[in-house]
Design a protein around this ligand. Structure first.
Ligand code: AMP
Ligand code: ZN
Length: 301
């Protein structure tokens, strides 16, 4: 008996994902993109009365930002830096000779000032700090970006380049916790209406190494990260949304302060857009025309 085709193979066969030869790096069909656009429009509709400041950054941050944020301390295995050729004519000839000979040419590349964005909210914190003390009501942002994480995998829900839509709140602890609680309820309602089975579970970020074990434990114990998990391509359900309470982690790193001079707190809710699109295809079928009318109505109304 033939093995069941994997969701990745089904998505490729249907033309929704285009393989590139590298795990986790795919082209997307117009239909796949439309599902993401419609889903994002729903999210925007849910949050429309909150007055979020909309910002879009390119999928890159400065290398300084990557360093200062502590990303290399916590997640060096996931980080991506951009390298380029920085030599002269002689170096160029040597580069081409190495490529012709099938030798490794990458060691001669120099690291640029640019790194790939690991999470959509990262560019916000230094900007917030530079813009001065927060107003009494705090601030709220709507960001979206392609993000890079070096975690090649045959699981279509674990991509190396994927989009994250986020709402990010900065303010007092109460303001940030209320924001997170509100989005948790909104997300449950939205995902249920889209006909997707889900659970909300305590989670942790993939902190690196032995020191990271403690960080994982403490993040879980304090309930700082919750994930909404949905069955996608594995036996284990996949985290499709994250609800993160950073306390003053980013504010102390960058110097984001409240009017009284104390450190602000921040939190973010992140929608993994490719994962949510994959979940919709998994549960409702590869042909969007055949999706339940309620789901179609909600997305394409
Ligand atoms: P995180 O910052 O890890 O909480 O990620 C925020 C959201 O991005 C997660 O809830 C996922 O939905 C999504 N996400 C994280 N890593 C990946 C990945 N490798 N591929 C696709 N989506 C991802
Ligand atoms: Zn975030």
């Amino acid at each position: 008996m033939d093995a069941q085709p994997t969701l990745l193979n089904q998505m490729i066969a249907a033309g929704h994902l285009v393989p590139t030869g590298v795990d986790g790096l795919y082209g997307r069909s117009g239909v796949f993109e439309d599902v993401i656009a419609r889903f994002e429009a729903l999210v925007t509709e849910v949050g429309k009365d909150d007055g979020a400041e909309v910002l879009r950054f390119p999928p890159a941050i400065t290398r300084t930002l990557l360093q200062t944020s502590g990303y290399m301390k916590s997640f060096p295995q996931l980080a991506g830096t951009v390298h380029s050729f920085c030599g002269g004519d002689g170096d160029h000839a040597a580069l081409l000779a190495k490529i012709d000979a099938g030798e490794d040419w990458t060691k001669d590349q120099c690291c640029t000032d640019v790194a790939l964005t690991p999470a959509a909210c990262y560019p916000l914190y230094p900007m917030l700090a530079a813009q001065g003390t927060l107003p009494d009501e705090g601030r709220l942002f709507d960001v979206q970006s392609y993000c890079f994480r070096h975690e090649p995998s045959a699981d279509p829900a674990r991509m190396q380049l994927f989009r994250m839509r986020e709402y990010v709140r900065a303010g007092t602890p109460d303001q940030v916790q209320a924001f997170r609680a509100q989005w948790l309820e909104r997300a449950k309602e939205l995902i249920a209406k889209l006909g997707l089975p889900f659970d909300v579970v305590p989670a942790n970020d993939p902190f690196f190494g032995r020191a990271g074990k403690m960080m994982k434990l403490s993040q879980r114990e304090q309930g700082l990260k919750l994930e909404m998990v949905i069955p996608v391509a594995n036996a284990q359900p996949t985290a499709c949304l994250s609800f993160n309470y950073h306390q003053d982690h980013f504010a102390s790193t960058w110097g984001v302060r409240l009017a009284d001079g104390s450190l602000a707190h921040t939190g973010c809710v992140g929608f993994g857009l490719e994962r949510l699109a994959l979940a919709l295809f998994k549960h409702h079928g590869l042909d969007v025309q055949g999706w339940p009318s309620g789901v179609r109505g909600l997305l394409w109304g």
